[in-house]
Design a protein around this ligand. Structure first.
Ligand code: DGJ
Length: 522
């Protein structure tokens, strides 16, 4: 009999989704149980009833458990003070029919920095809802975070949304809300309007000085070359804080913001990326300004391993649960699910997953079809049935995960007395120098169930266990390797692997396979 992972605590009656933390680790609880978001975000304009029939088959195709759907300000408040939640109601009813949870994306004052999704009465009233002004006095397609009227109007709409959601969603189909979308401004480090300029020349608020443990002074004195960007980040984050806090006061779902990234390895000046958003350098400013935001999530459209995993490291912090809110739909991105979970991620959500016929190529795949979605579908099929088990292992620091790197074909995971050697591109039989997969697509998860017992799962990879220290003359052996599945958190044996299936290590292919492995010595 192999050891079982801890059983999650029993659920109480429809408890609120929430994020719990312990020892700098995080867990999302849905229905009182650990929950891993195996998400999929639809395309930007798929938030209309006529599009939903093209959404559900794609979500089902990838075996996602959570769909991320925009709710646009222009859609819910086309006339000021008159609200229409008919799309949301329909969407929730259909999501429930499909057995899915949902994340709502509030497309308000900022959508990729722009007011594109604000109602016309906002878009066309520059005096009431002023725009960011660049150093040359040009008005930019981005609303100033400093206008009280903009904050009031956005907050009012968001409160109405959360109030309606609370009334129509007692079963908590919606588990989390994204407040705004990729906030910030392209083309100027900050707002240079007279109102902004006056504040920029004043002292940095004490709250920020204290949170960062820095000395006081004006923005330039305290932050030097980062002053413009941090000033803008502070103003936007304070705006978002007030929107989120007001929404939570009505209905306290977990809330997060997503980030348009700067290059994590070679960032240029703030005018080369979206300034004022929660880029990696501005996370401290955002954390200080927006305590109502539970997490800051990166949108990762960087294909190379070094950049991708660097972003995971930057957003996985003791004060920030890691959630990949968006990533590209291209096949080669799917494997980063493993590295995300290995960094204690609470979820992963590729973008543009629907069959509306649109794809954000070349950022995403050329077409969204079954072939494009196959790698993600395989991984979600593998991970989905044991999401709660993995989330619990992760919360206790007992989950490791790696994704294949194009140029390095062997990775080693330390596991106490053992180590797992993960290699890519080998055939299932025999030993050779691992050549890597023709396209890097492998990945592995290893959960620690006990000192000598492991949950092992992966795709397109070989896992071999070795003694970390072989100097004592002992040799490693697989005592028992069970293949099975989790049904409602309980391990069910399918068969025992032996002979060819273990003689050359444990080979994972394009079939979802989960193993419980007990190691021993002779
Ligand atoms: C990131 C944004 O958050 C998404 O809404 C979308 O615009 C993608 N970029 C690009 O398709």
């Amino acid at each position: 009999m192999l050891l079982m992972p801890r059983q999650p605590a029993a659920a109480d009656a429809a408890p609120m989704p929430r994020i719990v933390s312990s020892h700098g680790r995080y867990e999302l609880r849905v229905g009182g149980k650990p929950y891993l978001i195996l998400g999929a975000q639809v395309n930007n304009s798929s938030n209309y009833p006529a599009m939903l029939p093209a959404v559900w088959p794609a979500i089902a195709q990838v075996h996602a458990n959570t769909v991320a759907m925009p709710i646009a300000w222009e859609q819910i408040e086309p006339k000021e003070g008159e609200f229409d939640f008919s799309f949301l109601d329909l969407f929730l009813a259909q999501a429930r029919e499909h057995g899915l949870h949902a994340v709502l994306l509030w497309f308000g004052t900022w959508k990729n920095g722009s007011p594109g999704y604000t109602p016309e009465w906002v878009k066309l009233d520059d005096r009431r809802f002023p725009r960011v002004v660049d150093p040359r006095g040009r008005r930019l397609p981005s609303l100033s975070p400093l206008a009280p009227a903009t904050l009031d109007a956005d907050r009012t709409a968001f409160i109405a949304l959360m109030r309606h959601l609370k009334a129509v969603d007692p079963e908590h189909t919606v588990i989390m809300v994204q407040v705004e979308n990729e906030t910030g401004t392209y083309g100027s480090a900050r707002d240079y309007s007279p109102r902004a300029q006056k504040l920029f020349e004043a002292r940095v608020p004490r709250q920020l000085v204290r949170a960062l443990g820095t000395h006081g002074g004006t923005w330039s004195q305290v932050f030097g070359s980062q002053a413009d960007e941090f000033f803008h980040a502070w103003q936007i984050a304070r705006f978002v804080q007030q929107v989120a806090a007001a929404g939570k006061a009505v209905y306290p779902l977990p809330m997060y913001v997503n980030a348009a990234l700067r290059d994590p390895l070679h960032p240029g000046p703030p005018t080369t990326y979206e300034s004022g958003g929660p880029t990696d350098d501005a996370l401290g400013v955002w954390k200080a300004a927006a305590p109502a935001i539970d997490l800051i999530a990166p949108d990762i459209y960087l294909p190379d391993y070094a950049r991708y995993t660097r972003v995971l490291a930057l957003y996985h912090r003791p004060d920030n649960p890691l959630f990949v809110a968006e990533t590209a739909s291209r096949q080669r991105y799917a494997r980063y699910l493993f590295a995300t979970l290995g960094r204690q991620g609470i979820g992963f959500a590729p973008f543009g997953i629907d069959f509306t016929g649109y794809s954000n190529f070349p950022l995403g795949a050329p077409v969204i079809d079954a072939r494009t979605l196959a790698p993600l579908a395989l991984e979600y099929a593998l991970v989905g049935p044991m999401g709660s088990v993995l989330a619990d292992l992760s919360y206790h620091g007992d989950l490791a995960g790696v994704s294949e790197q194009s140029a390095v074909h062997v990775q080693t995971l330390p596991l106490g007395r053992w180590r797992a050697v993960v290699s890519y591109g080998l055939p299932a039989f025999g030993n050779a120098v691992p050549p890597g997969n023709p396209v890097a697509e492998g990945g592995v998860l290893i959960g620690r169930l006990g000192a000598d017992e492991f949950l092992v799962a992966g795709v397109h990879a070989r896992v071999a266990f070795e003694l970390a220290d072989s100097s004592g003359g002992l040799q490693a052996q697989y005592v028992r390797v069970e293949q099975g599945t989790y049904v409602a958190g309980v391990w069910k044996l399918t068969r025992v692997w032996n002979g060819d299936q273990v003689d050359w290590g444990l080979n994972f292919t394009s079939v979802p396979q989960v193993l419980h492995v007990r190691m021993g010595t002779y």
